[in-house]
Ligand binder design. Sequence first.
Ligand SMILES: Cc1cc2nc3c(=O)[nH]c(=O)nc-3n(C[C@H](O)[C@H](O)[C@H](O)COP(=O)(O)O)c2cc1C
Length: 210
Amino acid sequence: MGLLKDFEWRYATKKFDSTKKIEQPLVDQIIEAAWLAPTSSGLQPFRIIEITDENLKKKIVTIAYNQQQVADCSHLLLFAGWDNYSEDRIDNIYKCIALERGQNPDFYNSYTTRLKKTYTSQSEEENFKHIAHQIYLAFGFAIAMAAELKIDSTPMEGFDTEELDKLLDLNKEGLRSVLLLPLGYRDEDNDWLVNQKKVRHPKKEFLLKI
Ligand SMILES: Cc1cc2nc3c(=O)[nH]c(=O)nc-3n(C[C@H](O)[C@H](O)[C@H](O)COP(=O)(O)O)c2cc1C
């Protein structure tokens, strides 16, 4: 039951010890977990931006409604989604899949034709919503990996996405910010939440058996 114990240990950290830095190979493992997450049709329509620049982290605090975790953490990960699906983006990943698997470049053509038809008939906002769903799943993988490594994290959607996009010039990259993940080590003495009981809905209400 190792993973469940890790999940009990994990909590949405409010105060990091800003003097403690995570060894880079551990951060890399957290990113790898997100990289390995499943995505719809394997399109992996997002990028992770690793931020360690202290000045930049401080600037993001204001955009994150003064949540200090953004500055006090060791590494700040931004999960940013493609701004839309496109024929090029779909072709690109499927060409890569065919190449890596030693298949003919046209191997997935009938499948990608269907995918392109579906996504080009939907609005940009509908597609972006779908893209964001893929991010939430990979984000869960990253948080779980962090917990297994005994690294603290705060899942965060409490920030102004448009302001962050502007600050990082994400539009130029065809990306839009979705979630922030500060990573680091808890400040046991100064975090009010650290020893609070984890409360969820009663299991008898949470689980419906049919
Ligand atoms: C998608 C998402 C967004 C969240 N945004 C924030 C946030 O902006 N700031 C924050 O301090 N906590 C944030 N949280 C943390 C939740 O409040 C927290 O996970 C929840 O209260 C359960 O507590 P626990 O994570 O400590 O078990 C967020 C959690 C999720 C899943």
